[in-house]
Ligand binder design. Structure first.
Ligand SMILES: [Zn+2]
Length: 411
């Protein structure tokens, strides 16, 4: 095995990050290309994951500059019914737990199309979104969610605090893993949160990623793969504390953490999860080396399944064009010669092609029009929801291939 130099950890800032999984050089997972762009050269970057032997933080070893990824964004929260319900429920939970009233300000970082803040708006609290993607800010304004087009950090926070006052709650769902400059982010929290304020974050949880074999959670946007152990250490550096934590089933396993300034009561759940992480070996690099071996085996078995079906003359299409699908397709080297097209509900992706692999993305109606024999579920974490939506395709004999954690065919 080749050894590469250790890289610098984004949590503890020591040069102790050791690479354990190399998914090759890939294009950016959310950069779906238009027909006109098909002839252009796409930028690709190494996709490698490492483990910090000092603080146990799992992270990419090569980071792509965030503006490359987030200034035009095609992932929309309100597209998934499950996600929308989840975000509304989160808003209810935060309002109740923090006893928010009409004067309190809630700031959502990475506010996307305003779905979570729409949830808060029902409770009559003041809301403000922050998101660097201009195309999303426009969608959010349409549903009455004021959005600042910016990256969140110390500077943006000072600006918001000056204009709107300080926030009783700051939320960040599915964006915390995107942030390479963690110190600046936490300084931003420090400037913007009231003294008794709470930061609530949700991120995919490393423990679930390991358990599910979800290697396709790895793409350039996800700089971090969070466990509680390094998270506690990060916040401590800046005078904050994780006061409560829970695991959620959404998106195949999320961590929700409640973070406050030091000095507030800390739930027993925090220590319990830290202990559980030790028990799972999440502080040991060997755990991640074994995950990498499992990933290579999955690549082999999925390729075999697809090739066998194609040799039998079966037609295969894909369903769902999430970013994780791009990792899966490029890592497995599956292109339009094997997967004819991918059906997806998002109008922003329809008519485009998957990054790097160039498989056309079409409307979901197409599945019933041509009734392919098999549908590879790229959005496998929404398998139940999608198979329920596609009941008619199944009734006519269509089958699904669920790729992760093990290749499974559902008739
Ligand atoms: Zn570290």
């Amino acid at each position: 095995m080749t050894q590469t130099a250790r890289s610098r950890c984004i949590v503890c800032e020591q040069n102790q990050v050791e690479m354990f999984l190399d998914l090759g050089a890939t294009t950016l997972a959310n950069k779906f290309v238009t027909a006109e762009e098909l002839g252009n050269r796409e930028a690709s970057y190494p996709l490698q994951v490492g483990f910090c032997t000092e603080c146990a933080h799992v992270q990419l070893t090569v980071v792509v500059p965030p503006p490359e990824m987030f200034e035009h964004y095609l992932y929309i929260s309100s597209m998934s019914d499950t996600l929308k319900q989840h975000l509304y429920h989160l808003s209810d939970c935060v309002v109740e737990r923090l006893a928010l009233t009409a004067n309190d300000l809630v700031v959502d970082v990475g506010s996307n199309d305003g779905t979570l803040l729409s949830g808060f708006k029902r409770h009559g609290v003041r809301i403000l979104g922050v998101d660097p993607a201009e195309n999303l800010a426009a969608l959010a304004q349409k549903v009455g969610v004021e959005t600042l087009t910016a990256f969140f950090g110390a500077e943006t926070s000072a600006q918001i605090a000056g204009q709107y006052g300080r926030a009783k709650a700051i939320t960040a769902t599915n964006v915390f893993p995107h942030i390479p400059m963690l110190a600046d982010f936490v300084r931003g929290l420090d400037r913007l949160l009231t003294e008794d304020g709470t930061f609530i974050l949700e991120a995919h949880y490393l423990g679930d990623l390991l358990a599910a074999g979800a290697f396709d959670t790895v793409y350039h946007e996800h700089v971090s793969y969070w466990a509680l152990t390094p998270m506690v250490r990060l916040f401590q550096r800046f005078g904050f504390e994780v006061t409560d934590v829970e695991r959620l089933p959404v998106h195949h396993g999320q961590l929700r953490a409640w973070v406050r300034r030091r000095g507030f009561a800390v739930s027993e759940a925090v220590d319990a999860m830290l202990q559980a992480e030790k028990n799972m070996g999440m502080d040991q690099i060997e755990t991640f080396r074994s995950f990498a071996r499992q990933t290579m085996q999955l690549k082999e078995s999925l390729n075999q399944t697809v090739d066998t079906l194609l040799a039998q003359g079966k037609k295969i299409a894909g369903y769902g064009a999430p970013a994780k699908g791009s990792t899966l397709l490029s890592f497995l080297e599956i292109g339009p010669d094997r997967l004819r097209y991918i059906a997806d509900r998002s109008p922003l992706k329809q008519g485009r092609f998957t990054p790097g692999t160039h498989i056309p993305v079409v409307a979901t109606e197409r599945l019933l029009e041509d009734q392919p024999d098999y549908v590879l579920l790229l959005a496998w974490n929404f398998a139940e929801e999608i198979m329920a939506q596609q009941a008619e395709y199944r009734r006519r004999g269509g089958k699904f291939i669920i790729p992760v954690p093990q290749v499974q065919i559902v008739e």
